[in-house]
Design a protein around this ligand. Structure first.
Ligand code: URA
Length: 179
């Protein structure tokens, strides 16, 4: 993965952040700019966080996987996102564990299936647990987590408004768990 990507995209945000948001992997824009969630999904996420009462600057934002994985029909054609596999998620695990150990967030917001599987194991199903506060041991530490959908899935949804409302509603659960 690292051979094709422009650069490694680590997390960003305050080391003392109360909440850590974990996405899947950098997208095209994130790969170019070297920062997580700076593309369209990130813009939507920022808006949803504000609406839920979590200021984006209060949050540390990162991804389960640190490189952009993509297919490209020809050079200079659009780079199409490809989901990371279990091996790639496992290979990036120590970096996520290190970020958790440094930031020690009070709450982790799990954005979608890849982040959920990376943190909670392969049986994770976002539809079953979204919008609830989970308590699990992760990398040897007790953590509280609120899973929700990935913001990119809102952008792809047939009913974008309803999907966006669902994301905000889950993030409000996270905001409530922080206060
Ligand atoms: N999607 C993600 O999961 N992470 C990013 O940083 C951008 C898009």
């Amino acid at each position: 993965m690292h051979r094709d990507a422009t650069q490694t995209v680590f997390g960003a945000g305050d080391q003392d952040a109360r909440v850590m948001l974990v996405g899947e992997q950098p997208g095209d824009q994130e790969d170019r700019q070297g920062k997580p969630f700076v593309g369209p999904a990130g813009k939507l996420l920022d808006r949803a966080l504000e609406e839920a009462g979590i200021h984006p600057s209060e949050a540390y934002v990162t991804n389960a996987v640190k490189h952009f994985k993509f297919t490209q029909a020809e050079p200079r054609k659009r780079r199409i996102h490809k989901a990371p596999n279990l091996r790639e998620m496992t290979a990036c695990g120590p970096w996520l564990a290190a970020e958790l150990a440094v930031v020690e967030p009070e709450l982790i917001v799990v954005l979608g299936a890849t982040a959920g599987k990376a943190l909670l194991g392969s049986s994770f199903r976002v539809t079953q647990v979204r919008g609830t506060v989970l308590e699990e041991e992760i990398h040897g530490r007790p953590e509280r987590l609120v899973p929700t959908v990935h913001p990119s899935s809102v952008l792809r949804s047939d009913d974008r408004e309803a999907a966006y409302r669902g994301l905000v509603s889950d993030l409000k659960v996270a905001a409530g768990a922080l206060s």
